[in-house]
Design a protein around this ligand. Structure first.
Ligand SMILES: [Zn+2]
Length: 295
């Protein structure tokens, strides 16, 4: 099946995986190409590299936005392309999270009947950065911005010429914030990214937004959600509630697409409960509980 590419700015194209809503990106400028989280199926990864090659561009950079399984399957098929990620990515990849990614990738590939001769190994970056880094693609100067909260190594990509923000696993119109790492970090990241002048917003798991009012609304909605999450969980802890009662207290909080996001909302509440000082009998709750269960 041929891939349905979408041109989002003068330099950015994106393509959605056949597996589920996950966008990979290609930034092209002056005969250079930068791939963003190329995935998921082997033929899709090949197609993303071919997209650049067919336009006479040499794909000489790849950015991995964070170490979650659905963002890191591409490098194995494109070993010649150097990979850039946040410094924390390496710690994630070589620790328990890396083992979880390997298991999730294996489970998904088994489910999809994707044959392989050697086991999947989480790719490691060739270049890393701490807070921000300028990254050139042709004449463009991308800004890589550490954007933790969803994951400790999560990054966003800002392209100032077209005022494009690739927000990776944030600012979706379909998913609520998945606060897998830290609620306080998530709030700071939203605040940081909201200072940017954004004309095109591209989430990995959602619909791109092109109107400033829509972009502002997404920031506002996610900021309101995480703020209410924080205040509701803080209040529950203050009243001595256990995690189950806190989850029940937060069940009626407003959030979008309730059915598909119900589990993620519960995970957010459980994680926030631990982060904000609640005491639970087991650490195996919330998002971190999924990682703890690996060993
Ligand atoms: Zn993620």
């Amino acid at each position: 099946m041929s891939q349905a590419w979408q041109q989002l700015t003068s330099s950015l194209w994106s393509v959605q995986s056949e597996a589920f809503i996950l966008h990979s990106g290609v930034i092209l400028d002056s005969s250079e190409a930068c791939l963003i989280d190329p995935g998921l199926f082997p033929h899709e990864i090949d197609g993303i590299a071919a997209f650049a090659a067919e336009r006479g561009m040499s794909a000489n950079t790849m950015i991995l936005t964070h170490c979650h399984w659905d963002h890191v399957l591409g490098p194995e098929r494109l070993p010649q392309i150097p990979k850039t990620a946040h410094a924390e990515y390496s710690l994630q990849a070589t620790g328990r999270q890396g083992r979880r990614v390997m298991k999730q990738a294996k489970d998904w590939e088994t489910d999809q009947r994707i044959a392989r001769s050697t086991p999947f190994v989480v790719p490691l970056p060739d270049v890393t950065f701490e807070e921000t880094m300028s990254w050139s693609v042709g004449e463009l100067a991308l800004q890589l911005i550490h954007a933790p909260g969803h994951a400790p190594d999560h990054l966003a990509i800002y392209e100032p010429k077209s005022r494009m923000l690739w927000s990776a696993d944030m600012l979706s119109d379909l998913e609520i914030p998945y606060v897998c790492h830290s609620l306080l970090a998530y709030q700071s990241t939203l605040e940081l990214l909201s200072q940017l002048d954004i004309q095109v917003l591209v989430p990995a798991h959602g619909t791109p937004a092109f109107a400033r009012a829509d972009i502002a609304a997404r920031f506002k909605m996610d900021a309101a959600y995480v703020e209410e999450l924080r205040s509701s969980v803080t209040r529950a802890i203050h009243h001595g509630k256990n995690v189950a009662d806190t989850v029940a207290d937060c069940a009626n909080m407003p959030y979008r697409h309730r059915q598909s996001n119900e589990r993620s909302h519960r995970m957010n509440v459980e994680s926030a409960y631990l982060e904000l000082g609640g005491e639970a009998d087991s650490p195996r709750i919330g998002w971190q509980g999924l990682v703890e269960c690996i060993d």
